[in-house]
Design a protein around this ligand. Structure first.
Ligand code: DAH
Length: 340
């Protein structure tokens, strides 16, 4: 009799493990515990068990009952959960929002691509720099106002014995010095990096980006500079655009220029947006002989040109985007960033 009970239990365990749905499971339950179920009948057998064996039979009955009830409950739970997580492939998908690059990253990629295609190599130089690379070697006099605390962020009070105080690069021109000290001409490099200045108003942010080009080789002259800038203007802004050089002054170039680009609204005729058909875009010039000398490049053998423009400004001129406050570009406000 005991063996019958054990067989009944093992058979039921095997059947339950094969069950596929709740109805099948219910049938097994009825076959075991229903009025004339196998377990019900087996439990009624207790009256026929000899007195000495009754107690042990009762213990086994209880054990089989609780095992089977537990098993049925567990399986029921499992089948009902499985029924709840059904997947309907015909349901319309949830709309996922796709992110995009920040306007400045797009601008940097596009600018880099134009110059890389004409043989410039994109370089990266420190954005935490010594005074010497940002000013001294670039021919800035000791008392130049850009070296003042009010223009430049100095990062600590320790001063390098040779290179002076440490600062956050106020322009990408420090990359010119780093480049010439680490590579011999011919040089064609583009340095696109963050710049930092103590400024914050609707048209200035304390952290912004510039791209700096430097070409040093034998026989480099203003024609090469003009040709390169024109190529950039036509590729980046469109084939009808042209550049113009206006005499200016920078410490590290001689001669120096401000570069203008022809206005696309009036096509150079003059309109409200521009100054007589031209929009100012950035600085450029022929590398000053003192700068070449400071980097161990002989100005009698080599000459070069350089240019440095703001990434944000250049890209906004291309896209026609006007932002009431340039600081919004870096505000991390999605309502703004989604529009850029
Ligand atoms: N570094 C200058 C600035 O931040 C821009 C500049 C002007 C860069 C003339 C140049 C250059 O390379 O030749 O205002």
């Amino acid at each position: 009799m005991k063996d019958d009970l054990i067989n009944l239990k093992n058979q039921a365990i095997a059947e339950v493990s094969e069950v596929k749905d709740l109805a099948e499971l219910e049938q097994i339950r009825i076959d075991l515990f229903g009025k004339s179920g196998k377990f019900t009948m087996a439990s009624k057998e207790i009256v026929n068990i000899p007195v000495d064996d009754k107690k042990q039979y009762g213990i086994i009955l209880n054990e089989v009952k609780s095992t089977l009830e537990g098993l049925l409950a567990e399986k029921k739970n499992e089948l009902s959960n499985a029924a709840r997580v059904w997947f309907d492939p015909t349901m319309p998908a949830k709309k996922s929002t796709l992110g995009k690059l920040h306007m400045v990253s797009i601008a940097i990629n596009e600018i880099a691509e134009v110059f890389e295609k004409i043989g410039f190599t994109r370089m990266k130089y420190p954005e935490v720099e010594y005074d010497y690379f940002a000013f001294g070697a670039l021919n800035f006099p000791e008392n130049h106002p850009a070296r003042d605390d009010w223009e430049t962020f100095f990062v600590d009070s320790s001063v390098h014995s040779k290179y002076g105080p440490m600062l956050l690069t106020p322009h990408t021109s420090s990359g010119q010095i780093r480049e010439m000290l680490s590579n011999k001409p011919p040089i064609r490099m583009i340095n696109i990096a963050k710049c930092y200045r103590r400024q914050s108003d609707v048209s200035h942010v304390p952290m912004f980006h510039q791209f700096e080009g430097l070409v040093v080789d034998k026989d480099i002259n203003i024609t090469n500079l003009k040709g390169t800038l024109d190529h950039f203007a036509k590729t980046f802004f469109g084939p009808n655009r042209a550049t113009r050089l206006r005499p200016y002054h920078f410490q590290f170039t001689e001669p120096s220029f401000e570069v203008d680009i022809s206005c696309n609204v009036c096509n150079g005729k003059g309109c409200k947006l521009c100054k007589e058909g031209w929009l100012e875009i950035g600085g450029a010039g022929m590398v000053h002989p003192n700068v070449l000398k400071n980097c161990g490049v002989d100005p009698k053998v080599y000459s070069g040109f350089a240019f440095g423009w703001g990434v944000e400004r250049t890209y906004m001129m291309k896209s026609g985007l006007s932002v009431p406050d340039i600081r919004l570009l870096y505000s991390s406000d999605l309502r703004v960033l989604k529009q850029l």
